[in-house]
Write a protein that binds this ligand. Structure first.
Ligand code: PLP
Length: 385
């Protein structure tokens, strides 16, 4: 009996074998669950046994632990990173036509929530290397309607907070940090949850610290804001069925809290692993790429490891063929989005953001990537740029 062997080049065979051995997951939530399964299952079961699904005592326990972790005086959990931003602006009593300065190179929720408050998002372009708001352009955007500066800690790295805070102090403005992507990052050794007047985060599953549904938190050192936010997340209620403010249903449910309580003790190690993985990417990726730049007084939580490339579509397709998922955060800056047409912006208004939108590409990033996987990604990038 004769056996038929199809003709296949050594190169293709090697690539095929590589792919078989390298299954690369972008965020790898399944492996994460398997690692912490016992604690997560035990915590969830305890909530099921008690049926204390809304504002169970675990919520307060998590909030105390988040305060310890971040150094912020108050941590107030809530239903999402989006609602965290709304709660922050509600606590500051943002009014229609107030102006809030932010970046157009971010996830929609940053500016969407400003618009939901009927305030006006005022965009300021970004730094080309960190992708964060360019603090040198902020003062020119301030008017007598400006109330808040809202930097975003994009991809996990805080913005230029010293300068931003100094501008805010000079013009009597408040600072809200959209820290949805940066839980655990630092700026001059403080976490970015412990900066600004209010800082927010998201516990969306794929965020650096994620729960297994929607979730978020608001952080502040201001007692008045904390008191108001706690009321706002329960329909502005100060006593059962007595409503001081127009608020919202913005609580984090106890089952999500159970997941976070199981995961939080592992988070310092996860952050350390992300630092290592990011460093290995930077050391092994071809120098022709523009690698992420982290300023010396900051650390990133590495929500994303995002590079700039010229041939993005082709490279993404090649990487996909090799079993490597990638993502684009974000393909269109907010000033060009249809929902913000009423702000009358045009192509060219924020050129650094527009260029970034055409070039950025995020590589797989999670705490469980092995050295071999990082090297495999780097080698496939090298082959295809
Ligand atoms: C910068 C930024 N802000 C806000 C949010 C909103 O968070 P959530 O999805 O938890 O509502 C996200 C989530 O992707 C984000 O990346």
């Amino acid at each position: 009996m004769s056996t038929y062997w199809p003709k296949i080049s050594v190169k293709r065979l090697t690539s095929f074998c590589d792919q078989l051995s390298m299954k690369i997951d972008f965020a790898n939530l399944q492996l994460q669950y398997q690692k912490y399964k016992v604690d997560i299952d035990t915590n969830i079961q305890a909530v099921l046994n008690k049926s204390n699904y809304i504002m169970g005592e675990e919520v307060h326990e998590l909030e105390r632990r988040l305060e310890d972790f971040t150094g912020a005086k108050h941590a107030i959990t809530c239903s999402s990173g989006t609602d965290a931003l709304l709660l922050a602006m509600m606590a500051m009593d943002i009014q229609p036509d107030d102006e809030i300065i932010t970046t157009p190179f971010t996830f929609i929720a940053t500016a969407e929530t400003i618009a939901l408050m009927k305030a006006k998002p005022v965009f300021v372009d970004i730094e080309p290397d960190t992708f964060n708001i360019d603090s040198s352009l902020i003062e020119a955007a301030i008017t007598d309607k400006t109330k808040v500066i809202m930097p975003v800690s994009l991809y996990g790295q805080p913005a230029d907070m010293d300068t931003i805070q100094a501008i805010a102090d000079k013009h009597n403005l408040k600072v809200i940090i959209d820290g949805a992507q940066s839980f655990g990052s630092t700026y001059n050794d403080k976490t970015d949850s412990n900066l600004g007047d209010i800082s927010t985060t998201s516990f969306f599953p794929a965020k650096p610290l994620g729960c297994y549904g929607d979730g978020g938190a608001v952080f502040t050192n201001n007692d008045e804001y904390a008191k108001t936010i706690k009321m706002m997340r329960v329909h502005g209620q100060n006593k059962r069925y007595h409503h001081k403010y127009i608020g919202m249903g913005g609580r984090l449910d106890t089952i999500q809290v159970a997941v976070l309580l199981a995961k939080l003790p592992h988070y310092p190690q996860e952050l350390a692993d992300r630092q290592q993985i990011a460093k290995r990417y930077t050391d092994t990726l071809p120098v022709r790429l523009q690698m992420p730049v982290i300023r010396s007084n900051r650390s990133s939580a590495w929500a994303q490891y995002t590079v700039r490339v010229n041939n993005r579509d082709a490279l993404q397709a090649k990487l996909k063929d090799n079993g490597i998922p990638t993502a684009v955060h974000y393909p269109m800056p907010l000033h060009l989005q249809e929902c913000f047409q009423y702000l009358n912006h045009n192509q060219g208004d924020f050129p650094i953001s527009e260029k970034a939108s055409n070039e950025v590409m995020s590589l797989p990033m999670n705490s469980f990537l092995t050295n071999d996987q990082v090297d495999y990604v780097a080698s496939k990038v090298q082959e295809n740029i």
